[in-house]
Design a protein around this ligand. Structure first.
Ligand code: ATP
Ligand code: MG
Length: 570
């Protein structure tokens, strides 16, 4: 590509609303442009990288034995009604009517569609296992679109769905996807970890998220420093140590006027937060759930939702509800006598002695409370892990880091095949539901995650595998015939070899060209300048500061070497 013909849309200014390096750089380098909140148009340069990522995904999916397919983004509501998700999906789903008032949605995901396909075409165990995938546009009316294509309202997802005759088959299909994902992210140059993820209250039997470590990540991930344990915070198991044994003391009611928060209680009683148990009141659909955790802990809402058997809507209870179930003002809730449908008691609280709780009476707390003697409830793990906790697998030290979820693999089991009647006849002649798995990769989000890990203050530093172009040839002075001739020859020579190359033949100063090349992140830069009179050019990798003066004739070999080093086929 000749840059004089190219639509170059680089920006010198950092767009004000962009916070994330990848978001800023994708806009600044002209990869994409914003059209509306969470909606972006990909420009030619950005599209090249996006397509390369798609191709890496496609090649590895094909290699793993999956077959590409393409479903419509426009989905009739009936399919969602069959699975029961039309009413539970909520405002994230873009819904629309046709001219005859039939309801449709723009697919936020495609379990229903693929299950529908499967029930139409799979009849016998002989057709199994089957894995179908697509690379297709998804629509989600996200509550908070942000960070550019990291969380947008329209995005490209690779979604795959596996169908097996039994759970051993599902394990195999799942493991194949796990391996394929590992290869995909490695080929895209992103360092990521597969972490155990929550698989919800219903259906799932196993799930992993592929997480890229990043300070801007929206998820918290718990890693063990000693073993391979890694889990999403939603799922990470908190092991609660028994506290120092004490004689049980008599419970007393103490007046604590105006003392409501844990900080105020610590001051008032002059003891540590580990001597308090706080009671948080939630609403799970129309049920009231009281959760009791140690004063300094955070409730893990996903664990709570799972413990109550799932909930479509889950939120902190409003003031009115709290007043009703505690018969007190906010700030005095406690487990004794609370009128909740569920009382969930964190393991740690069940292990504590003589602690303080709200009295369900405005202005009072109860002192020397003990679980079992003074109140009961469902005991379990309902809190977030902290870095003081020990690894549930090996007892090692835990680290909590932020991560970006780029992919998700999930054992669905029969959740959709049962509700939608996707069955097959097995070898024994019996009709059984298909055992399913689903597997997603956010293609645009992966692109942003690559940039998060590969950039510097001057711009993007693309790995060769997903760079929009491999090489940029810059003649320093285009009016200089010798320079221009050598640059053209090099450009054509590289193109003939199958290298994707840009010739920056614009009437710009060399400095401007270098800036643009750095911003766009082209991995290899060859500058044809004054030294050409001695048959030499400058060779520079975007990822290194070093500028090498090499013979014009050896450029092609140097480029080939770089392809070999990064294990990219030419
Ligand atoms: P998140 O928790 O980030 O909202 P999710 O659990 O909703 O993700 P899935 O439904 O598992 O995501 O979708 C599969 C993949 O699609 C995710 O791993 C992610 O890479 C990508 N993805 C999901 N939502 C978005 C979005 N709004 N913008 C860009 N990519 C997305
Ligand atoms: Mg989401």
């Amino acid at each position: 590509m000749r840059m004089s013909n190219m639509l170059v849309t680089t920006l010198r200014e950092v767009p004000a609303e962009a916070e994330l390096p990848s978001h800023k750089l994708m806009l600044r380098s002209g990869m994409m442009r914003k059209m509306a909140s969470g909606i972006y148009n990909f420009m030619p340069l950005g599209l090249r990288s996006l397509k390369k990522i798609e191709n890496v995904v496609r090649e590895e999916m094909d290699r793993a034995g999956a077959q590409e397919f393409l479903a419509s983004a426009l989905i009739p509501s009936e399919l969602w009604q069959e699975s029961g998700r039309w009413d539970v999906f909520g405002p994230e789903m873009f819904r629309l009517n046709d001219r005859n008032e039939r309801q449709f949605c723009l697919g936020p995901t495609h379990e229903e569609v693929f299950t529908d396909i499967a029930r139409g075409v799979i009849k016998s165990y002989k057709q199994l296992p089957l894995n179908l995938y697509q690379i297709q546009t998804k629509y989600r009316d996200e509550r908070r679109p942000r960070f550019g294509v990291m969380r947008s309202r329209e995005f490209i997802m690779k979604d795959a769905y596996s169908f097996d005759k039994d759970y051993e088959g599902l394990d195999e299909s799942y493991n194949k996807m796990y391996d394929a994902y590992t290869k995909i992210f490695a080929r895209c140059g992103v360092e990521c970890s597969a972490v155990e993820a929550d698989s919800g209250a219903i259906g799932g039997t196993g799930s992993a998220e592929f997480m890229v470590k990043s300070e801007f990540g929206e998820d918290e991930v718990v890693f063990c420093d000693s073993c391979n344990y890694a889990a999403n915070m939603e799922k990470a198991i908190a092991i609660s140590e028994p506290s120092q044994k004490e004689e049980l003391k008599d419970m007393e009611k103490t007046a604590t006027p105006e003392v409501k928060t844990i900080e105020e209680l610590i001051k008032f009683f002059n003891i540590g937060p580990n001597k308090f148990a706080k009671t948080l009141v939630y609403k799970a659909d129309n049920k009231v759930v009281a959760v009791v955790v140690r004063g300094d802990r955070e409730v893990n809402e996903v664990k709570v939702i799972n413990a109550v058997g799932g909930a479509v809507e889950f939120e902190m209870a409003d003031e009115k509800t709290v007043r009703k179930v505690t018969s007190a003002e906010i700030g005095f809730a406690g487990p004794i006598g609370i009128k909740a449908d569920f009382v969930l008691v964190d393991n740690e609280v069940a292990n504590m002695y003589n602690f303080i709780v709200g009295a369900n009476d405005t202005g009072y707390h109860l002192v020397n409370v003990n679980y079992g003697r003074d109140f009961e409830g469902t005991v379990g793990d309902f809190r977030n892990v902290t870095s003081e906790d020990k690894c549930p697998k090996c007892g090692g030290k835990l680290t909590i880091a932020r991560g970006i979820e780029v992919g998700h693999i999930f054992k669905l089991g029969t959740k959709y095949s049962e509700s939608m009647g996707a069955v097959f006849s097995d070898e024994d002649g019996k009709v059984k539901p298909l055992i399913m798995g689903c597997y997603g990769i956010g293609v645009n989000r992966t692109m942003a995650a690559i940039i998060e890990q590969h950039h510097d203050e001057d711009g993007i530093v693309w790995p060769l595998s997903v760079a929009p172009y491999h090489v940029i040839v810059i003649p320093a002075v285009i009016k200089n015939e010798e320079q221009m001739k050598a640059a053209e020859e090099l450009y054509n020579g590289l193109k003939d070899l199958g290298v994707e190359v840009v010739l920056d033949d614009r009437k710009e100063r060399a400095g401007v060209k270098f800036k643009d090349a750095d911003l766009m992140g082209i991995p290899i830069r060859v500058t044809v300048g004054k030294l050409i009179s001695e048959g030499k050019v400058e060779f520079k990798l975007r990822s290194s500061e070093e500028v090498e003066e090499i013979d014009l004739s050896s450029v092609i070999n140097k480029v080939k070497e770089q392809f070999e080093k990064e294990e990219i086929k030419l």
